[in-house]
Design a protein around this ligand. Structure first.
Ligand code: SAH
Length: 204
C-alpha cells in the first residue's frame, strides 16, 4: 500500500510514510471488509460514512506539515484511522465526531489500541474546540461549502488548515497557512468527501 499507492504518487514526508506503515488499517474497518482494508479506495464504516482512501489520508497528513510537538484538531473522527496516523507523529490529537455511534465505537478502539494522545469529543466540529485552541494544525475530513470561520480563528500563527471545499459531489482540497501577515491559501487539487454537516458547514 505505502510503496505503490502513496510513495509512487509523490508523498515523501518520512514521518507520514512511517506512520502509514505502522498503523494497522484493517483494525479500523468492519470484519467483513478486513481483506479490502489496504486497497486503493475508500470503504464504508457505517452511518453512511467512509474511511478515506489511503493515499488521500497520506496527502492530507503531509499537507498539514505535522511536527512532533504539534497539537492537531481533526473534524470528523469517523473510523479513527486519520487520527491514529496523526497520533503516531504529533504530541496530541483532538478529534470531534457528530454521529454518536461512530464516536463511541471509535473512542473504544482508541482505548483498546492504547492511543493515549488522542482526545475525543462528541459534537458539531464546525465550531472547532475553542477551549483547546489555538492549534498548530486543523484537518477537516468531510467536504464543506466554505471554510468555517471559527476554525480559521482557532489556528495558531504558523498553523495550517487542510479542508475539502466545494459542492456535495466534488471538492478542492484547500490548504490555509496563517502567519503574521495573514492567511495564505493554496489549492491542492480535486477530491471527494462525505458532507460536513453543521452550523458552519452544510445545514443538512
Ligand atoms: N477521518 C475519518 C473520515 C470519516 S468520514 C476516518 O479516518 O475514518 C467523515 C466523518 O465526518 C464522518 O464520520 C461524519 O460523521 C463526520 N462529520 C460530518 N460533519 C461533522 C461535523 N460537523 N462535526 C464532526 N464530525 C462531522
Amino acid at each position: 500500500m505505502v510503496r505503490r499507492q502513496i510513495e509512487a504518487r509523490g508523498v515523501t514526508d518520512p514521518y507520514v510514510l512511517a506512520a502509514m506503515l505502522k498503523v494497522p488499517r484493517h483494525l479500523f474497518v468492519g470484519d467483513a471488509l478486513r481483506d479490502q482494508a489496504y486497497g486503493d479506495f475508500p470503504l464504508p464504516i457505517g452511518e453512511q460514512q467512509t474511511i478515506s482512501q489511503p493515499y488521500i489520508v497520506a496527502e492530507m497528513t503531509q499537507a498539514l506539515q505535522p511536527g512532533k510537538d504539534d497539537r492537531i484538531l481533526e473534524i470528523g473522527t469517523g473510523s479513527g484511522y486519520q487520527a491514529a496516523i496523526l497520533a503516531e507523529i504529533v504530541f496530541r490529537v483532538y478529534t470531534i465526531e457528530k454521529i454518536y455511534p461512530l464516536y463511541i465505537k471509535t473512542r473504544k478502539l482508541f482505548d483498546k489500541l492504547q492511543y493515549h494522545n488522542i482526545v475525543t469529543k462528541y459534537s458539531d466540529g464546525t465550531s472547532g474546540w475553542k477551549d483547546e485552541s489555538p492549534f498548530d494544525g486543523i484537518i477537516v475530513t468531510a467536504g464543506s461549502p466554505s471554510i468555517p470561520t471559527p476554525l480559521v480563528r482557532q489556528l495558531a500563527v504558523g498553523g495550517r488548515l487542510v479542508i475539502p471545499v466545494g459542492d456535495q459531489y466534488s471538492q478542492e482540497l484547500i490548504k490555509l497557512y496563517k502567519d503574521e501577515n495573514g492567511i495564505h491559501k493554496t489549492n491542492l487539487g480535486g477530491c471527494r468527501f462525505v458532507k460536513l454537516v453543521g452550523e458552519y458547514g452544510w445545514r443538512s
